[in-house]
Design a protein around this ligand. Structure first.
Ligand code: LLP
Length: 408
C-alpha cells in the first residue's frame, strides 16, 4: 500500500473513530470508466447493482458518471431516485414480489424485470399493454461460492429457457411489450466461459419472432474482482472483445442493433472500500495467537457467511516481522472471525487493521446483532475525506428501537 493511502486511513480513523468504512469515490469512477473501455458497444448500459453498497455519496458519484441502477426493493428505487438517477435509468429485478410491491413499483414508472411465469401473468392482468423485461435462468452454474450462484435449475431465479415460448404467449395475451431479456449467472464468476455460455443461451431464445419489441439484452453482473495479493488478474481485455463480437453477431441475426446491458456490483465498488478497525486484545492461546478487534461479523459478514477472503493489513506496523494469527471481532460467537491463521505484520494492542475489498456487500449486509451500532462511513473525494454517514451512538440505537416499539 502506498504511504499516502496509509496516512489517509490512519488520519480518517483518528478523526472519525473506528470501526470505519471509507470509500474512494475516484476509484469507483475509474472502475466504471474502465468497464466502458473494455466493452466497446455504442449503446452499452452499466446498471450498478446497488445492493452491493447503497451509500448515498457513492450512488451520487455513479450517477455523475452516467450509470444506471439495478434495484431489488422499493426502498432501493426510492434511494436511487433521491440520489438523482432518472426513472428510465433504473431496472427493477425483485424476486418473489408481492402484488402490492408490483403496484408500488409500477407507479414509479421503473421498468420491471420479471422472473417467474405466474408473476408475469399477474403483471399482465394488472397492467396490460405495459413494458416489461423478462429474466431467464441461463442454465450455467458459476460464482464465488454455492450461495451466490444463480444459474441452473436448483436455484429460484429466472424462467427456464425451455419456457421461452410460454413467455411469448403470456406477453401477447396481455399485449405486454417485452423490451428486454435478462440473466444473471452468479456473483464472482470464476470463468469467462460462463459469461459467454450464458450470453449464448439467452441470445438463442431472443428471436424476433418470439420477442419482436426488444430494445436490450441484460447479462447481469458477477464480474470477478481480485482479492488476494498473489492472484492473477482476470483477462478482461479479451473478455470485452469477445462479448462485443458475440453481441454484434447476435444483433445482425436479430435484424437490428440492441442495447447491451450489464449490472455489476463488485466490479465497480469492491476495491474502492476500506474497513478500518482497532485491535483491543492480543491473546496467546498455547500455539494460537488470537487478535480481537472493536468490530464483528454483523458489520462485515462475508468471511463468516461465505468463508470469503478479505486481505488484512496492519496499518500502524506495516514493516513489522510477520506473525500468524486469528483476527476476530467482539461478538459473542466463536465464528466471529475476519481471518483465520493469517500471516500479517506483527499485531499489537492498539494497532489499526485494514480490511480490503470492503466496498461491496459489507456495510450493505450489515446489522446490529449484539446491539452494536453500524460503523460510520466516510468518502474520499480527490484528496479530501468527507463524512458520509454517522455512527449511531448506543443511546441513539436504543432510542430508535424504542421509537419503533409499541409501548403500553
Ligand atoms: N444482477 C443481479 C440480478 C444480481 O442478483 C446481482 C447480485 C448482481 C447483478 C450483481 O452481482 P455482482 O456484480 O456484485 O457480483 N452478498 C454476496 C453477493 C450476492 C450477489 C447477489 N446478486 C457476496 O458478498 O459475495
Amino acid at each position: 500500500m502506498n504511504e499516502s493511502t496509509r496516512t489517509t486511513l490512519i488520519d480518517a480513523a483518528a478523526e472519525h473513530g473506528t470501526p470505519l468504512y471509507l470509500y474512494d469515490l475516484n476509484r469507483v469512477a475509474d472502475n466504471y470508466r474502465r468497464l466502458f473501455q473494455l466493452i466497446q458497444w455504442p449503446s452499452l448500459g452499466i446498471f450498478y447493482a446497488m445492493k452491493a453498497n447503497y451509500n448515498f455519496h457513492l450512488l451520487q458519484a455513479l450517477n455523475r458518471e452516467g450509470a444506471g441502477i439495478d434495484a431489488v426493493s422499493p426502498a432501493e428505487i426510492q434511494m436511487a431516485l433521491k440520489a438523482g438517477f432518472p426513472v428510465e435509468s433504473i431496472i427493477y429485478t425483485a424476486n418473489n414480489m408481492t402484488e402490492s410491491e408490483m403496484r408500488e413499483v409500477h407507479e414509479t414508472g421503473v421498468l420491471m424485470n420479471i422472473d417467474t411465469l405466474s408473476t408475469l401473468e399477474k403483471y399482465g392482468r394488472l397492467f396490460p399493454g405495459s413494458n416489461v423485461c423478462v429474466r431467464f435462468n441461463p442454465d450455467v452454474k458459476d460464482g464465488e461460492n454455492e450461495k451466490i450462484m444463480t444459474g441452473g435449475n436448483l436455484t429460484k431465479f429466472g424462467i427456464l429457457l425451455d419456457d421461452a415460448d410460454k413467455v411469448g404467449e403470456i406477453a401477447s395475451r396481455y399485449g405486454l411489450k417485452v423490451r428486454g431479456l435478462h440473466e444473471h449467472t452468479g456473483s464472482g464468476l470464476q470463468m469467462s466461459e460462463s459469461v459467454f455460455k450464458s450470453m449464448e443461451n439467452i441470445m438463442a431464445v431472443a428471436t424476433p419472432e418470439r420477442f419482436p419489441d426488444l430494445e436490450f439484452l441484460d447479462f447481469g453482473g458477477g464480474f470477478k474482482v481480485t482479492v488476494r495479493p498473489d492472484e492473477e488478474p482476470f483477462d478482461y481485455e479479451s473478455m470485452g472483445v469477445r462479448i462485443t463480437e458475440m453481441f454484434s453477431r447476435f444483433c445482425k441475426g436479430y435484424g437490428r442493433d440492441l442495447a447491451l446491458y450489464f449490472e455489476p456490483g463488485k466490479y465497480l465498488v469492491s476495491d474502492a472500500g476500506y474497513f478500518v478497525m482497532e485491535v483491543n486484545t492480543v491473546k496467546n492461546n498455547r500455539d494460537r495467537v488470537i487478535c480481537g478487534t472493536d468490530s464483528g461479523f454483523p458489520q462485515l459478514i462475508r468471511p463468516t457467511l461465505y468463508n470469503a477472503y478479505h486481505h488484512v493489513e496492519n496499518l500502524t506496523n506495516p514493516e513489522g516481522e510477520t506473525m500468524v494469527c486469528d483476527i476476530c471481532g467482539n461478538i459473542c460467537e466463536t465464528g466471529d472471525l475476519f481471518a483465520e491463521q493469517r500471516e500479517v505484520s506483527r499485531i499489537r494492542e492498539g494497532d489499526l487493521l485494514l480490511v480490503r475489498n470492503a466496498g461491496a456487500y459489507c456495510y450493505s449486509m450489515g446489522g446490529i446483532y449484539n446491539m452494536r451500532p453500524m460503523p460510520a462511513e466516510v468518502v474520499l473525494q480527490d484528496e479530501s475525506v468527507l463524512p458520509s454517514r454517522k455512527r449511531m451512538s448506543a443511546g441513539g440505537l436504543v432510542e430508535q428501537i424504542l421509537l419503533e416499539t409499541e409501548r403500553v
